[in-house]
Design a protein around this ligand. Structure first.
Ligand code: UD1
Length: 426
């Protein structure tokens, strides 16, 4: 199994091109189930999760036009679903990727039935899908849970007012896709406002859906009979962007980092940019680029994760890595997932001083970290270990990097190109 070998102590200087957002591409690929005509997507990141989603979609009957798939930088995927082969999303695929639940709304709305394996818990928490199910029931679906599968049926879904119990990103996306083909008007209240929800809405609108309010907590959808083909470019990945910003900020002490991130969407990263500026990094941005300069040891930064536009849970681990060697003590509170501190014991192996109490981690900044063998436990935890490895003196090896490959496109290649000493070893 592959590992990453990192020799820390280098600043990052140069340019990195940001990939399309994984969390936008996954639901948008599922929208390909909703039309018989070609949906041409650009800027699709090349990642393990995308490959898993394409595998799932193929077995449902989605046709993927391989000839239309061109090389970087376009990263095109063209897909269409003339007929359904199978309405079942099997356990062996769903258990590898929870976002598989996003086929539920599209299958049910277009084909009238779906059988989707319950995802089960995952490393970072229980992560139930009750809001997806309750919302679809409100739209008139008959749903039973048997033998670990969600069985959903409906002749045609009917618009309804849905108020979700909590802000859920994929829940909002599933319900928005289902409602797009329902009869009449649906209103989703307490909707997730994440940029990925907006990107999905924009793609659905290009396919003929009638949606307004995406990006606010109230989304209105007037169902249409059918959707048509469209072309859409996936938004830049704000979490990949934020991860590289943290890597540059953390390594500034080694003689000054100066990193320019291109094809980014700075407007989706305000909470992260503000925190980095508070820590002492110099950040400029405009349109589709962000530049970060960091020269000295940063100040400790406290964060509390919340739904967008507040500080994202998907950046908590990377900020913790930054705080490990910052000046002062920081408090990081995780309010979205109940078990999202698995990187802590690994960061401690690298010399960090961290104490956890319930949903809060207290990090006392130390003067430096020292390289060690560590293990990745989930996607963003892996990213935090990479950042810590870039700072640690000596060699750090990170095992189980398949977690990293699920969500980052060639991370070690992008970092090595800006001066990091990082390589993939078998
Ligand atoms: C999405 C993102 C993930 C990110 C998360 C929070 C994708 C593919 N993944 O995950 O990277 O960390 O948003 O920003 O977009 N909940 C329920 N019942 C439900 C649904 C959610 O109790 O039916 C709870 C979850 O357990 C969690 C919270 O609500 O505590 C938010 O979860 P949610 O926004 O749904 O996360 P995902 O959409 O799975």
């Amino acid at each position: 199994m592959d590992k990453l070998l990192i020799r820390g102590g280098q600043p990052l200087r140069g340019e990195i091109s940001i990939s399309g957002a994984k969390n936008a591409a996954l639901p948008i690929l599922c929208a390909g189930l909703m039309t018989a005509e070609p949906l041409v997507l650009r800027n699709v990141p090349r990642l393990q999760d995308i490959a898993s989603m394409l595998r799932l979609l193929r077995q449902h009957g989605v046709k993927i036009d391989e000839a239309a798939t061109v090389r970087d930088p376009e990263a095109v995927v063209a897909l269409a679903t003339p007929t359904l082969h199978s309405d079942e999303a099997p356990y062996d695929i769903v258990r590898t990727m929870r976002a598989s639940i996003l086929v539920l709304g599209p299958l049910l709305a277009r084909f009238g039935s779906a059988k989707v394996s319950l995802p089960g818990g995952c490393a970072i928490g229980a992560r139930p899908v009750d809001q997806h199910i309750k919302g679809l029931q409100k739209l008139g679906a008959e749903i039973t849970i048997e033998h670990g599968y969600i069985h959903a049926k409906a002749k045609r879904l009917k618009g309804a007012r849905i108020v979700t119990d909590m802000v859920t990103v994929t829940g909002t996306e599933n319900l928005m896709m289902a409602a797009a083909l329902a009869d009449g008007r649906t209103v989703i209240e307490n909707a997730a406002r994440e940029p990925e929800v907006v990107d999905l809405a924009n793609c659905l609108i290009a396919m003929g859906a009638k949606i307004s309010g995406a990006g606010t907590d109230r989304i209105e959808i007037d169902g249409v009979e059918a959707l048509h083909g469209a072309e859409h470019a996936i938004v830049p990945d704000r979490i990949e962007t934020g991860t590289f910003l943290c890597a540059a900020a953390a390594t500034g002490v080694f003689g000054g980092s100066d990193l320019l991130l291109r094809h980014a969407a700075p407007q989706t990263l305000q909470a992260v940019i503000d925190k980095l500026a508070e820590a002492g990094a110099a950040i400029e941005h405009n349109g589709d680029w962000i530049r970060i300069r960091a020269e000295r040891r940063l100040k400790a930064i406290s964060v509390r994760t919340l739904p967008y536009p507040a500080f994202p849970t998907d950046m908590q681990a990377q900020f913790m890595a930054l705080d490990c060697t910052a000046e002062g003590t920081s408090v990081l509170t995780e309010t979205i997932f109940e078990n999202r501190f698995m990187h802590v014991p690994e960061l401690i192996r690298l010399g960090a001083d961290i104490a956890i109490q319930d949903d809060t981690a207290v990090v006392k900044g130390v003067a430096g970290l020292s390289g060690a063998a560590v293990m990745a436990t989930d996607l963003r935890a892996s990213a935090s270990l990479v950042i810590a490895g870039l700072v640690a003196e000596g060699e750090t090896t990170i095992s189980r990097i398949y977690h990293l490959d699920r969500g980052y496109e060639r991370m070690e290649g992008k970092l090595a190109a800006v001066g990091a000493r990082i390589e993939r070893v078998s």
